[in-house]
Design a protein around this ligand. Sequence first.
Ligand code: SF4
Length: 351
Amino acid sequence: MGKQDLRSLNLKEMEILVTEWGYPKFRARQLFHWVQRQAVCEIDDMTNLPRSFRDRLKQTTVINCLEALSRQQSRDGSTVKLLFRLADGETIETVVMNYEGRTNQRDRATVCVSSQVGCSMGCAFCATGLGGWKRNLSPGEIVSQVMDGERVTGIPIDNVVLMGMGEPLLNYDNVVKAIRLMNDDAGLNIGWRRITLSTCGLVPQIRCLAREKMPIILAISLHAATDEKRDKLMPVNKKYPIGELLAACQEYVEITGRRVTFEYAMIKGINDSPQDAVKLGKLVSGIKCNVNLIPINPVPETGFLRPDDIAIRKFRSILQDMNINVVIREEKGTDIDAACGQLRRRRLNLK
Ligand code: SF4
């Protein structure tokens, strides 16, 4: 059996480990601090732990820091895309964005993390889905993207969005555990309001998430206002049509008190007409929500095109006239294929 990744363990699990080995419980808190707050990559760096304890840790556990195989920076300097190698040789992409425009500023740096290697959901506009699904990420591999994203770029991170590769709610237990680890005040201490989970619309899992007592921001990839159109863009809609999805969103709002965000990727000639805007407005008008309009990002295989700016602004103004909170999403990193729907699993030639 492989060694256990310390980054996947919460404080309670560390306490069990430590007391089973006959060490006092406070050693678990020290260990948690080193792993989750200091983000050390070497057990021997935990200098206030006794040598015997560190030796014991090394026998059965490991800290799986992610290795950055490549780092690409967007032309405007606001976005860095990292290709991380996981312990088993698989790869994932993680994106660090600074909305102030420069990646050396403290303010509002956000990391977009992946939750799976690849994805099985097959959304028509998305590069991740093209390569299929390989495996789920562990809680440690998810949290590590925050820690190692910060370590590799040197940019302090305040916000986390689970919008990278994969459908987070198909890796439910590991994602929920990772979010709790990120939020732990003895660890990274990232507030609930600074964590966003984006889903293509898995209704039963949305209902479960509402009851987790972790009021994070829920973002729904909606992208169409009718089942007919959404069926074509997102196969998940055949299983959980729009009516069921919106009922689950309403429940999420009622239980958590949080607004839901609806993401709407605008695709020329597909879902960008004024009629589409009116339908969308009517659909979400009863729900406490924000709508993010995302002009589609180019993925060569899909052939989808971005609408022109006039159509995008017209779409927004129709929603505004219907009193919907709507913004056009400021896209980051399109030139390095780091924007929404552009991330991919890369195959390595490891010989
Ligand atoms: S948009 Fe999200 S859920 Fe859909 S295929 Fe891409 S990664 Fe998967």
